[in-house]
Design a protein around this ligand. Structure first.
Ligand code: NAD
Length: 352
């Protein structure tokens, strides 16, 4: 028997089609009235529709969110929000927009309504990663977690296929590591297995037919479940390694998760055979690590760190950085073990 504790997420979740029409109502539900709309230029049309539906409550728009939440961007957005007496942020976009929303909420106490358009899952976690002078640090606080999350499947229909695949595998990583987390519990286990099978089912459908509504809905729902796992239990080697590769070498977030996940799973497999067998069943594959690798390959996702811009001589430095502090993981992390994992991920070798 494994003892556990479980804290349910207090966020309000609304899921469906055409959900952006409900944003004004959600702002009023929070008792707020002065909104900053955060959305990149790429989402101009959606931002315009939301701004119109908010009417007088939309007081300012900011379009400068970028990956890894740099402090300079947060400072500029915060100044703008304070000048307009903002009390709520409506963030529409991927993990980058959500990250900026969280950074603002943490500093100024704004309420947050997040409308995710990727599968990153940040919207349901109390975690914020920020970069300052090239260093990425992470903190966790209940004040960081958004009050309301609105999943609107329509907004994901145009997400480019390459981003769809890598972002979905980013979600898969949250579910995989939740299953072997030292804090795992029966509820996150259920969510994680459901997320893995949902992603494995939906992704090939979307690759064939990117605007398939049922496939998109299943993937978005799986991403919510996987993100909830990420927000509930601690992660292991895979997340630590991707954090290092993203923060220290500038590798792109979701593609890095996509390349590393099968190799992190193959590394951990001997320590958690039962978990890997449950994951393989959820994937409909004979082996968990190769099942993920083959899914990525079939969906045209990246399989090598080399193609993401990492040079071979950075492997040694990455091993040093990723082994510099202890963290929970089912299998002991040694420099030779990690070095082999990274060699395999760099060259894209299919896990055995
Ligand atoms: P992202 O938000 O940068 O989006 C990736 C790309 O997709 C961008 O170019 C964006 O403009 C584009 N895009 C997003 N939605 C689109 C749409 N509907 N149509 C067309 N293009 C669209 O990337 P991401 O992978 O979603 O998020 C990565 C960031 O999130 C990183 O900074 C990462 O650290 C953070 N993150 C944090 C957590 C957490 O819990 N704190 C969890 C996951 C990710």
């Amino acid at each position: 028997m494994k003892p556990f504790s479980y804290d349910a997420s207090p966020s309000r979740i609304a899921f469906g089609q055409g959900m952006i029409d409900t944003i004004a109502e959600e702002v009023r539900r929070l008792g707020r009235s002065r909104v900053m709309v955060l959305a990149s230029r790429r989402l101009d049309a959606v931002a315009a529709a939301v701004t119109e539906s908010l009417g007088d409550m939309a007081v300012v728009r900011f379009d400068g969110a970028v990956m890894h939440t740099p402090i300079e961007v947060t400072t500029a957005a915060l100044r703008l929000a304070e000048n307009h007496h903002v009390d709520t942020v409506v963030a529409i976009g991927g993990g980058s927009a959500t990250g900026l929303s969280k950074a603002l909420a943490l500093r100024a106490g704004f309420d947050q309504i997040v409308v995710p358009t990727t599968y990153a899952g940040s919207e349901v976690t109390p975690v914020l990663g920020e970069t300052e002078n090239g260093r990425k640090t992470t903190r966790s606080s209940p004040h960081i977690r958004p009050e309301t999350v609105i999943y609107d499947v329509d907004l994901t229909l145009d997400l480019p296929l390459d981003t769809t695949v890598t972002s979905a595998v980013n979600a898969m990583a949250h579910a995989v590591e939740a299953l072997y987390s030292t804090e795992s519990n029966p509820i996150t286990d259920l969510m994680a297995i459901e997320a893995i099978s949902g992603i494995a089912r939906a992704l090939p459908i979307i690759v064939d037919d990117p605007k398939n509504l049922e496939g998109r809905a299943e993937l978005l729902q799986a991403a919510w479940l996987a993100g909830t796992c990420l927000g509930t239990v601690g992660m292991g080697l895979h997340h630590k390694l991707c954090h290092t590769l993203g923060g220290s070498f500038g590798l792109p977030h979701a593609p890095t998760h996509t390349v590393v996940l099968p190799h992190a799973m193959a590394f951990n497999a001997p320590a958690v055979p039962d978990v890997m067998s449950r994951i393989a069943t959820a994937l409909g594959a004979s082996d968990a690590a190769t099942g993920v690798f083959d899914l990525v390959t079939a969906c045209g996702g990246p399989t090598t760190l080399r193609e993401l811009g990492m040079s071979h001589d950075q492997i040694e430095n990455a091993v040093e950085l990723a082994t510099s502090a202890a963290y929970p993981n089912p299998r002991e992390i040694t420099p030779p073990g990690l070095s082999e994992l990274l060699e395999n991920a760099w060259s894209g070798r299919r896990p055995a």
